[in-house]
Ligand binder design. Structure first.
Ligand SMILES: O=C(O)C1=C[C@@H](OP(=O)(O)O)[C@@H](O)[C@H](O)C1
Ligand SMILES: C=C(OP(=O)(O)O)C(=O)O
Length: 426
């Protein structure tokens, strides 16, 4: 197994330009494929999750030309007239590819098989499949009920009223919303349970609006997509920088100081994870806000106690910031950390303890109190890009650390460690 030992970093300074958002990249690619005509997508993320969406679209007969180191895509939409792929669609562990494609393909005549990495087969999808089946979709489980892989026989669906459980993942509702314009009638979606990760629904509705489809959001309780709306190409669309990826640089500047300018997200960001910067302000970091960039400086960091349901990805970074904040940090209402790339609650608790922190792992929360003395250790990353990136904060805080399997950042940020290196001083 590959390992990367990070030396203690004394200061970070300079400027970082964020890669494009994963959430925006995969939504935009799929909707571009569903319209007639060509869409030019700029600042596309070049990472494993996006490659899986691109690979699937190519197997479905959509022509995509990539330029500028895979950060510009020309997508020749075929109006959703997909061809049935000969081979199964392999979607890795990309939730933003697997869930939306499940709903969309169920509404397009054809035969599809959707497969993924072993971990994908442990990530639930039953709530989405239940809702699609209520609408008449033909989706079968190929191994275990409620989990991938899936066999889908796509057909024209008529829409109607449907309930979807929102308590585990917002991606199920995102998938249903993205598929709804393909149905022949109106669609009314009622949420069962408390909807998690709400800001990602705003991203979905915003991207659909760029493609000419209006979604009525009734206070996140029910949603209506009226029939007769068709995805229309916006021509050119730029992907905003990834706000979850920004969290590592915000944290680094807040912990180690110097000053970091982060380009690609700011006051105008459509991504909920920009909320992490506000949490860091609450913890004591100094942030200057501009429309599409922020500047972050070190502060005296104190532990915070937050409900992180709206920012599940960026909140992981707070768990390692906690190592350098005074007092206890509590991150609450994050049950669904357990069904992502790994059981993130268990994994973060285990690895934080190895470093020397005092950790309480609850069913849906984690509390972290900084170590009295740091242990020099290696951390396991569980094939979870965010665990690898989060634990680089240990080096930023002035302690050496070894990251096992550092290349797992390829899921969303293949160049992470070289970007961190470019702003680090020793
Ligand atoms: O819709 C999206 O782009 C995402 C939604 C979130 O998942 P959940 O809704 O499952 O929390 C997030 O964790 C994931 O990385 C991306
Ligand atoms: C949960 C994540 O990914 P996915 O889109 O596969 O759900 C993530 O990127 O942290």
């Amino acid at each position: 197994m590959e390992q990367l030992t990070l030396k203690p970093i004394t200061k970070v300074s300079g400027s970082v330009t964020l890669p494009g958002s994963k959430s925006l990249s995969n939504r935009i690619l799929l909707l571009a494929a569903l319209c007639e005509g060509t869409t030019k997508v700029t600042n596309l993320l070049d990472s494993d999750d996006i490659r899986h969406m691109l690979g699937a679209l190519s197997q479905l007969g959509v022509e995509v030309t990539l330029e500028d180191d895979n950060t510009v895509a020309l997508v020749k939409g075929n109006g959703g007239n997909f061809i049935s792929p000969v081979e199964p669609l392999f979607l890795g562990n990309a939730g933003t590819a697997y869930r939306p494609l499940t709903a969309v393909l169920a509404a397009i005549p054809g035969d599809y098989e959707l497969i993924g990495e072993p971990r994908m087969e442990e990530r639930p999808i039953g709530h989405l499949v239940d809702a699609m089946q209520t609408l008449g979709a033909d989706i079968q489980y190929l191994k275990n009920k409620d989990y991938p892989p899936l066999k889908i026989v796509g057909k024209q669906l008529t829409g109607g009223e449907v309930e979807i459980d929102g308590s585990i993942s917002s991606q199920f509702l995102t998938a249903l919303l993205m598929a709804a314009p393909l149905f022949s009638g109106d669609t009314k979606i009622r949420i069962k349970g408390e909807l998690v990760s709400k800001p990602y629904i705003d991203i979905t509705i915003g991207v659909m609006a760029h493609f000419g489809v209006h979604v009525e959001n009734h206070d996140y309780q029910y949603f209506v997509v009226k029939a007769g709306q068709q995805y229309r190409s916006p021509g050119t669309l730029m992907v905003e920088g990834d706000a979850s990826s920004a969290s590592y640089f915000i944290a680094a500047a807040a912990i180690a100081g110097g000053e970091i300018e982060i380009n690609g997200v700011g006051k105008q960001s459509v991504q909920g994870d920009i909320g992490f910067a506000k949490v860091m302000e609450q913890a004591g970091a100094h942030i200057e806000w501009y429309d599409e960039r922020i500047v972050v400086r070190k502060g005296q960091l104190n532990g915070v106690d937050i409900d992180a349901n709206a920012i599940p990805d960026a909140a992981m970074t707070l768990a390692t910031v906690a190592l350098f904040a005074s007092g206890k940090t509590a991150i609450r209402n994050i049950y669904n950390w357990r069904v992502k790339e790994t059981d993130r609650l268990a994994a973060m608790a285990t690895e934080l303890k190895k470093v020397g922190a005092h950790v309480v792992e609850g069913h849906d929360y984690i509390e972290v109190t900084p170590p009295v003395n740091f242990n020099f250790t290696d951390v396991d990353t569980y094939n979870d890009h965010r665990i690898a990136m989060c634990f680089s904060m240990v080096a930023v805080g002035g302690q050496s650390i070894t990251i096992n399997d550092p290349k797992c950042t390829a899921k969303t940020f293949p160049t992470y460690f070289s970007v961190l290196e470019s702003i680090s001083q020793y």
